[in-house]
Every structure is written in structure tokens, then in C-alpha cells.
Design a protein around this ligand. Structure first.
Ligand code: C2E
Ligand code: CA
Ligand code: CA
Ligand code: CA
Length: 277
């Protein structure tokens, strides 16, 4: 084990140095991308029983040479470098503009749009002002906007978190707790923070039919949501059997490849219009 440890260390240092260079290059690329409009939002349908009730906005980077770069690759670095703040502001502006367009078409007017908010973005002292400015600049109904926060945020500075959420909630903005079950949030936090929805992390949904522990966790989250008066959405639903399991256990909100992949704006709108009649 010692030898393996030494081997690991030998490879670790050069890898770190290489990755510093690679990271610096990626970061510079991201700044250019933001300035040149290479980011775009995709929309993944969110279902409630038989209907699409909204979408989650997912960031895509259409890189001029590398094609689509996954957010899993650039969000963590954007978070570290601080670029997530202007990038997150762009996402909010874009989402509010999209909602304002949907509001003009009866078939789309009731849709909600869920936007991922990174911890660093949420911690900015002017976060609430940023959200309100994005809503105001497009005349967007705040009740159509849902912000997805992760549990990491809840560990620190709970009072400030409660205050920010409370203020936005007064305008009608909704909140979902993303990736629920993977972090460390205590039930006490959950009771104090004004969430509207829990999202069962896809890692539990994936093996819900084969792993009794995951099935128990999924059922527990549904029960918890019911007792706290929160809706519960399952993400990462890929098969009809998973959807049926969730439905049997009183989870009626779903998102996943089975029901629709993240897609460009027009494909999403087309999908929603098709269910309107
Ligand atoms: P997330 O918020 O948990 O988003 C769900 C991820 O699961 C998305 O990956 C989505 O494409 C993927 N997914 C959806 N349905 C399925 C399914 O049935 N099976 C599987 N295997 N995956 C599914 P994506 O788009 O690559 O985004 C990855 C993460 O990047 C997101 O995870 C979120 O944490 C972050 N992200 C994306 N857009 C934004 C953004 O605008 N702002 C911030 N701060 N983070 C973002
Ligand atoms: Ca999310
Ligand atoms: Ca998630
Ligand atoms: Ca996630």
C-alpha cells in the first residue's frame, strides 16, 4: 500500500501542474465565450403526471473548436475562478427573457423555468437585487421562476440564506432543493428554509428498482416532502419502470431522458405545443 501511495504521489505532481495550465486556458476560453455569446440554454421538460409543467434551464457551451462542452467540465472551474457570478447573471437574464416570451403565448404561458444557482453566486450580497433586476428588465412574472439551490449552501450562514430566500419568496419566486439526499443538510434546516420542492437526486433514481437502499431513500424523501408540504420531483428518470415505481410511491413529478432530454428552445416549445390540444 505504501508503494502504491508513493506511485500515486509521483504522478500527482506533474498532473497537478498540467491541470493548472489547462485550467488557466479553459478559464480564458470561458471569458471569451461569455463575451462572444457562445453559451446557450437548453431546456429539459419537467413533468407532473401526464403534462409538462415547466423546464429546467441547463447551460451549454458551444465551443467554436470543441463543439459542446459539458457543464460538468466548466461549472466547477467557473465556480473556483468566480466567473460563475457573471455567467450566472447571464443565465438569469436569459431565463427571464425566455419566460417573458412564453408569457405571450397561451400554450406556454403557464410554464415554470427552473434555474440552477451556484453557491458562490447565491452568496453575493446583491444576489436578490440581481434576480429582481433580471425579472424587472423583461417584465417577467416572478411566480414562473424557480431557483434550484444545492445542500452545500445550507451549511453556512443560514440566517443570510433564509433572509435572501424569504425576500425573493415574497415576490413569488419558487425554490427547489437540488440533488437532495447527497449532501449533509439536516432536517432542522429543511424546516427553516422556505423551499417549495425537493429534487430526488438521480443517483437514487438510477437503481431504485434494484437497490433496496436507494428505493428506501426515494420513498423516505417522498414521505418527508409530504409531511413538510413540499412537492417532490425525481430527476434522472430513464425508464418506464422507474417512473412507475415512483408513481406507485406517490411521486408524481418527474424529469429525465425517458420524458425528454435537455433540448434547444424551439424543440422544447414544439413539444409543449404538441400537448396543448
Ligand atoms: P443538475 O442540476 O443536477 O442537472 C441535471 C443533470 O442531469 C443535467 O446534466 C441533465 O442533462 C442530466 N440529466 C437529465 N436527465 C437525465 C437522465 O435521465 N439520466 C442522466 N444520466 N442524466 C440526466 P448537465 O446538463 O450536464 O448539467 C450538469 C450540472 O451542471 C447540473 O446538474 C448543474 O449542477 C450544473 N449546471 C448546468 N447548468 C447550470 C447553470 O446554468 N448554472 C449553474 N450554476 N450550474 C449549472
Ligand atoms: Ca438542477
Ligand atoms: Ca440535480
Ligand atoms: Ca447536480
Amino acid at each position: 500500500a505504501k508503494a502504491a501511495g508513493r506511485d500515486t504521489l509521483c504522478f500527482y505532481e506533474p498532473a497537478m501542474q498540467a491541470s493548472v495550465t489547462a485550467r488557466a486556458a479553459l478559464e480564458a476560453d470561458m471569458r471569451t465565450a461569455l463575451a462572444q455569446g457562445q453559451f446557450v440554454l437548453y431546456y429539459q421538460p419537467q413533468w407532473e403526471r401526464e403534462r409538462i409543467v415547466g423546464a429546467e434551464a441547463l447551460l451549454r457551451w458551444l465551443h467554436p473548436h470543441d463543439g459542446f462542452v459539458s457543464p460538468a467540465q466548466f461549472i466547477p472551474l467557473a465556480e473556483q475562478s468566480g466567473l460563475i457570478v457573471p455567467l450566472g447573471t447571464w443565465v438569469l437574464q436569459q431565463a427571464c427573457a425566455q419566460l417573458a416570451l412564453w408569457a405571450q403565448e397561451p400554450a406556454l404561458a403557464q410554464l415554470t423555468l427552473a434555474v440552477n444557482v451556484s453557491p458562490r453566486q447565491f452568496r453575493q450580497s446583491d444576489f436578490v437585487a440581481q434576480v429582481l433586476a433580471a425579472l424587472a428588465s423583461h417584465g417577467t412574472d416572478p411566480r414562473r421562476l424557480k431557483l434550484e439551490l444545492t445542500e452545500g449552501l445550507l451549511l453556512e450562514d443560514t440566517e443570510a440564506t433564509i433572509a435572501k430566500m424569504g425576500e425573493l419568496k415574497r415576490y413569488g419566486v419558487g425554490f427547489a432543493l437540488d440533488d437532495f439526499g447527497t449532501g449533509y443538510s439536516s432536517l432542522a434546516y429543511l424546516k427553516r428554509l422556505p423551499f417549495d420542492q425537493l429534487k430526488i437526486d438521480q443517483s437514487f433514481v438510477r437503481d431504485v428498482l434494484t437497490d433496496p437502499n436507494d428505493a428506501a431513500i426515494a420513498r423516505t424523501i417522498v414521505a418527508l416532502g409530504a409531511s413538510l408540504g413540499l412537492s417532490v420531483m425525481a430527476e434522472g428518470v430513464e425508464t418506464e419502470a422507474q417512473r412507475a415505481f415512483l408513481e406507485r410511491h406517490q411521486c408524481h413529478s418527474w424529469q429525465g431522458y425517458l420524458l425528454g432530454r435537455p433540448m434547444p428552445e424551439q424543440d422544447f416549445e414544439h413539444t409543449v405545443r404538441a400537448q396543448a390540444h
